[in-house]
Design a protein. Structure first.
Length: 201
């Protein structure tokens, strides 16, 4: 992935974190570990929040996916036919803040059947920083809906991951560049810091 410069307006930007919850973080993931994705997501959230941006934590109601075949559900832990309530809870390492937006979805995508679009438009959001688990499931489904609604998209490649490296790489190399810009966590953090510094002048 080529590292490129990024310009964003924090006040019009939202960090969208998909499904960093117990049912997903416990999995073996690739090419980035769940721990790394959580850590990078928290860094971005903290930085954008401090710069005046919006942080959105999306989680999926695991029990709502029981109608899907067992091998079709990214959020059903193997060997657990009846999901426990805590499976759907965001991991505590994120340190979710009271002012953050919380969205509960019942499908892969975070726009369908939720008030996510309304929450974003109320805040004047134009740019979405996409991240989470899994790249080619919840992140891609949400991104496609966001693209259809006219949002500008930035995909944070190393702040998302999947069940295997190949589908993650395919999405970031072949799909996401056609909807927005693919950048690393460090590039995104630098863009936020630069914009915040300019606002203070």
């Amino acid at each position: 992935m080529q590292i490129q410069h990024l310009d964003i307006n924090p006040g019009q930007t939202a960090f969208i974190s998909i499904d960093l919850q117990n049912s997903n973080v416990a999995r073996q993931l690739a090419p980035h570990s769940a721990a790394d994705v959580v850590q990078r997501g928290k860094r971005i959230a903290d930085s954008l929040r401090e710069a005046g941006g919006t942080v959105v934590w999306v989680r999926v109601d695991v029990s709502a996916l029981l109608s899907l075949p067992a091998d079709a559900s990214i959020s059903r832990p193997a060997g657990s036919p009846v999901p426990l309530p805590e499976f759907s809870e965001l991991v505590p390492e994120l340190e979710v803040q009271a002012a953050d937006v919380r969205i509960t979805k019942r499908q892969w995508g975070a726009f369908y059947g939720t008030d996510l679009d309304q929450q974003l438009r109320r805040r004047g959001i134009r740019t979405l920083l996409m991240s989470g688990i899994a790249t080619n499931f919840g992140v891609e489904s949400t991104a496609r809906a966001a693209f259809d609604r006219g949002y500008e998209l930035v995909f944070v490649e190393d702040a998302m991951t999947s069940l295997a490296a190949e589908p993650h790489d395919f999405a970031n190399q072949q799909v996401f560049p056609r909807m927005g810009r693919v950048r690393s966590t460090e590039v995104v953090l630098e863009a936020i810091a630069t914009a915040a510094g300019q606002q203070q002048r």
